[in-house]
Design a protein around this ligand. Sequence first.
Ligand code: KIV
Ligand code: ZN
Length: 389
Amino acid sequence: MLHDPNKVYVFDTTLRDGEQVPGCQLTTPEKIEIAKELEALGVDIIEAGFPISSPGDFQSVVELSKAVSQPIICALTRANKGDIDSAVAALQYAKRPRIHTGIGSSDMHIKHKFNSTREEILQRAVDAVKYAKQFVEDIEFYAEDAGRADINFLAQMVEAVIAAGATVVNIPDTNGYCLPDQYGQKIKFLKDNVQNIDQAIISVHCHNDLGLATANSIAGLQNGARQIEGTINGIGERAGNTSIEEVVMILKTHQNLGLNTNINTKNFYEISRMVSSQMRMPVQPNKAIVGSNAFAHSSGIHQDGFLKNRENYEIIRPEDVGFPDATIVLTARSGRHALKFHLERLGHNLSKDELANAYHHFLTIADRKLDINDEDLSLMMRELSSVAR
Ligand code: KIV
Ligand code: ZN
C-alpha cells in the first residue's frame, strides 16, 4: 500500500485505553456520541473497545461500527483465538475493520507475566496475526512493553509479525519508561534493521508515567513512525496516555517537521469538554491546548506584552483549537495596561492620572479578591466617580 510519507495517522483510543480508568466507564450511547465527535475531529482510527472483556464492550464495538463510517474501527485482542473471534464478530458491521492484537515483548513480561520464553512468545505473536488475517485484512500488532524490550528481540518480533501479515506495528511504551531520545532511537533501529519494515506503518503508543508521553511520541514520529496513538485530554491508565491535541498542535506549530494530520483542530475544545463531562474527569486548568488557563494571561509583564502584540505571548491562536478567546485575567499581579484594556472595554476612557488612581484602588480590591470581574470594575468606577463629585 502506498502512503503519503508526510501524513501521520491519528489513532484514538479514548474509548478503549482511556475508558479503562476507574470511574470513566461509558454507556454505549455515550460512546457513540464521542465516536461521532471523533469522526468530526477527523481521526483516522477509533479503537472502539476490547470485545472479549465484557458483553457491554462487545456491544459497544458493534454499535459504533454501525454509527460511524469514515474512520477505521479497531478492536483490541490478546494473542489468542477466543479474543480474535470475539473481535471479528464485534466488527461485523464495520466498513473498515481493524484488529489490534499483540503480546508482551519485554523479558519482564515474557518471564513474569506469561511465564514463557522468547521463542514461545514469538510463535504466539505470529500465530495470532496469521489467525486474525484470515478474517480481516487490516491487522495491527502491539508489542506490549516495547519501551523496556531488548531491541534485537523487538526487531525480530516486528519482522516476524509483518511477514505474517501485520499492516501496522505498534511499539508501546506501556509503562511510560523511555526518555525521548531512547524511544526515538528504538523507532530508528526498527526502521534501519527490520528488513520488511516498509510493508507496515510504525505506530507510537506512549504512556505518561514520567510526563514524557507527548515528547516520546514526537521523537517516534521524527524517527519514522507514521501513526500516533493517544486520547483526548490525555486520559488513560495511571498518569494517562499521549494527548492527541498536544501532538497534533506540535506538528501544526512546528511546520518544519514536515508532518501533517487530517485533524480539524478547531474541534479540540468542544471534544475535550465533552469527554471530560461524559467521563467525569476534569481537565486540569493548566493542561496544554485545552486547559481553561491555556490562553489566559495574568501577570502584568505578560499582559503588557500581549496587548502590544499578542504574538509576544501566544504561539497558538485560541480560535485554531476552538477556544472562545484569549483572556486577560485581572489579579493583584496585573498591570496598568491590563486594567486600561478592561476599563476601555467597559466604556471608561481615563486620563493618565485617573488611570493611576484607578489602578491604586484596583490593587487594594485585587489583594482581597482572587480575580476581578466586570461587575467589580463597574462598582469600583462608580465609587471613584462618587468620591470625585
Ligand atoms: O499500553 C499498551 O501497551 C497498550 C496495548 C494494549 C496497546 O495499551
Ligand atoms: Zn496503552
